[in-house]
Ligand binder design. Structure first.
Ligand code: PLP
Length: 400
C-alpha cells in the first residue's frame, strides 16, 4: 500500500530517542535527557515581542512563497556582515526550518543515478533525504585523529561522474568539530574542478568556542560561491527550534527551483515566525554571548568528566552543543549482567540502568561513539555523569 519511497527510509533516530526519554519522564521516571538537539534556553523576549506585534497587527495571511522581502533583506545583510558573502533577493529562499531547506535542495537537485557524498559521522537526515529522492548516498568514513574532516584525497577518491553534491556540516552535529581553512580551500578546489555542488549546513555557525570564528566555504571565492548552497537558520543560534525558520542562499536557478517545490508543498513559512526571525537577525545579539558562555563551561566540564572514566576517550569539541566520546573500549564487556557490544547496547543500558538518554553513534554512521548533548543545565549534567559513572562501575568482576 505504501510508496516505495517511504519504505526505503527510517524515522529520525534522534527524534525517536528524545521521544522515548520524554515519555519515560512523563510517566514519572527521573530521566536525564542528553539526547536533545535543541538549546535549553528560551527564545529571547524581544523576538517574542516582535511576534506578538505581528499577530496583533494582523500579519496572519499567506506571504510570498520564498519569504517576505524584509526577512530576505535581513538575511542578505547577515550573510554580508558575518560571512563576507554578497547575495541578491532572488538568491535567497526562506523555508520551514533548515531541515526543510535541505529537503527542498534534495528535491531540486537529486534524482536517480545521482551520487551525493556524505562524510560520516553525519547528521541523521542527510542520507535519508538523498534516498527519498532516489539518489545514492556515498558515505565516506573520516578519522577521529583528523578531527573527523574528510581529507581532500579521500574526497577525490569518492568523486565520480555521477557526483552531484557534497554535504558539509561544521561545526558538526554530532562531533562538534569544525573544518580548518586549508582543508576547506582544497575541498573548494575539488568541487570547482569536478563541477559538483556543495551543500553547506552552517546551522551551528554562531556556537563556537575558544575564539574560533566560522568561515563559510562559499566565501573562499566567486567560483565556489556559485556552486555552494549555504543553509542556515535561527533554531540553534536564537533558541527558536519550534518557530521553524531556516533559509538557503545560492545560485538563483536552484533557489527558483526550490521555491517552485515549496509552492507545491508547504507554501510560505509561518508569517508570524518570519517577523520573529527578522527581529532575531536585526535586533540585539547579547543573549548569544550568555548562551555560548553557558555551553562553554558545560562542554569543558563534560569532556573532563568523560575522560576520567576508564574506557572512554573524548576530544574537546570546537562548536555546536554535543560531545562525541569514543566508547569502543567498553564494547565486549559485561555491565550489570548485560553484554555491551555496540553503541546501541550502551545507550540502552544507560537508559535502563542509569536513566540517562543519549544517542548511539550508529545513528550518525559511527558505532564507536555516542553523542551527548549539553543543551541541558549543568546540574543535570553533573547528576547524569554521576549516574553514568555508577552504571559503568558495575562491570562484571569475572572479566577483570
Ligand atoms: C538542528 C539541525 C538542523 C535543522 O534545524 P531546523 O530546526 O530545521 O532549522 C539542520 N542541520 C543540523 C546539523 C542540525 O543539527
Amino acid at each position: 500500500m505504501l510508496s516505495r519511497r517511504v519504505t526505503k527510509i527510517k524515522p529520525s533516530p534522534t527524534l525517536a530517542i528524545d521521544a522515548k526519554a520524554k515519555a519515560m519522564k512523563a510517566s514519572g521516571e527521573d530521566v536525564i535527557n542528553f539526547g536533545v538537539g535543541e538549546p535549553d534556553f528560551d527564545t529571547p523576549e524581544h523576538i517574542k515581542e516582535a511576534a506578538v506585534r505581528a499577530l496583533k497587527d494582523g500579519f496572519t495571511k499567506y506571504t510570498a512563497v520564498g519569504g517576505i522581502d524584509p526577512l530576505k533583506d535581513a538575511i542578505i545583510k547577515k550573510l554580508e556582515e558575518d560571512n563576507g558573502l554578497a547575495y541578491k533577493r532572488e538568491e535567497i529562499i526562506v523555508s520551514c526550518g533548515a531541515k526543510h531547506s535541505l529537503y527542498n535542495i534534495a528535491q531540486a537537485l537529486y534524482g536517480p543515478g545521482d551520487e551525493v557524498i556524505i562524510p560520516a559521522p553525519y547528521w541523521v537526515s542527510y542520507p535519508d533525504q538523498v534516498v527519498m529522492n532516489d539518489a545514492t548516498p556515498v558515505i565516506v568514513e573520516t578519522d577521529e585523529s583528523n578531527s573527523f574532516m574528510i581529507t581532500p584525497d579521500h574526497l577525490v577518491n569518492n568523486v565520480s561522474d555521477k557526483t552531484k553534491a557534497l554535504i558539509l556540516n561544521y561545526p558538526s552535529n554530532p562531533t562538534g568539530l569544525a573544518y580548518d581553512m586549508k582543508t576547506l580551500q582544497k575541498i573548494a578546489e575539488i568541487a570547482v574542478k569536478h563541477k559538483f555542488i556543495i551543500v553547506s549546513d552552517e546551522i551551528y555557525e554562531k556556537l563556537t568556542y575558544d575564539g574560533i570564528k566560522h568561515t563559510s566555504i562559499a566565501s573562499l571565492g566567486r567560483e565556489i560561491q556559485s556552486r555552494t548552497l549555504v543553509v542556515n537558520g535561527l533554531s540553534k543560534s536564537h533558541a527558536m527550534t519550534g518557530w521553524r525558520i531556516g533559509y538557503t542562499a545560492g545560485p538563483a536557478e536552484i533557489v527558483k527551483a526550490m521555491t517552485k517545490i515549496q509552492s507545491q508543498s508547504t507554501s510560505n513559512p509561518n508569517s508570524i515566525a518570519q517577523i520573529a526571525a527578522r527581529e532575531a537577525l536585526t535586533g540585539p545579539q547579547e543573549f548569544l554571548t550568555h548562551m555560548i558562555d553557558q555551553f562553554d563551561s558545560r562542554r569543558k566540564f563534560l569532556v573532563n568528566e568523560l575522560n576520567s572514566i576508564d574506557g572512554i576517550h573524548c576530544t574537546m569539541p570546537k562548536g555546536a552543543f554535543y560531545v562525541f566520546p569514543n566508547t569502543s573500549l567498553l564494547y565486549g564487556k559485561t555491565y550489570g549482567g548485560k553484554q555491551i557490544s555496540s553503541s546501541s547496547d550502551l545507550a540502552l543500558y544507560l537508559l535502563e540502568e542509569a536513566k540517562v538518554a543519549l544517542v548511539p553513534g550508529d545513528a550518525f554512521g559511527n558505532d564507536n561513539h555516542v553523542r551527548i548533548s549539553y543543551a541541558t543545565g549543568l546540574d543535570d549534567i553533573k547528576r547524569g555523569i554521576g549516574r553514568i559513572k555508577a552504571a559503568l562501575s558495575k562491570r562484571d568482576s569475572s572479566e577483570q
